[in-house]
Design a protein around this ligand. Sequence first.
Ligand SMILES: [Zn+2]
Length: 62
Amino acid sequence: MAVPRSRISNARKNSKRAHHAKKPKNLMACSNCQQPTLAHRICKFCGFYKGQPIKAKAEEKN
Ligand SMILES: [Zn+2]
């Protein structure tokens, strides 16, 4: 296993982690029910994707 030659300072460690923040999820409005849904995924409220019903029993589960 590779061993680090020297200790990384707190400033170097923290500046490296400055880019690790979580980004907000990419929400889009559903074309059918206008609810906020994840992009490139079936709408979890009405089961539609690209204007077509994918999940037949979407309303029964919710
Ligand atoms: Zn929808």
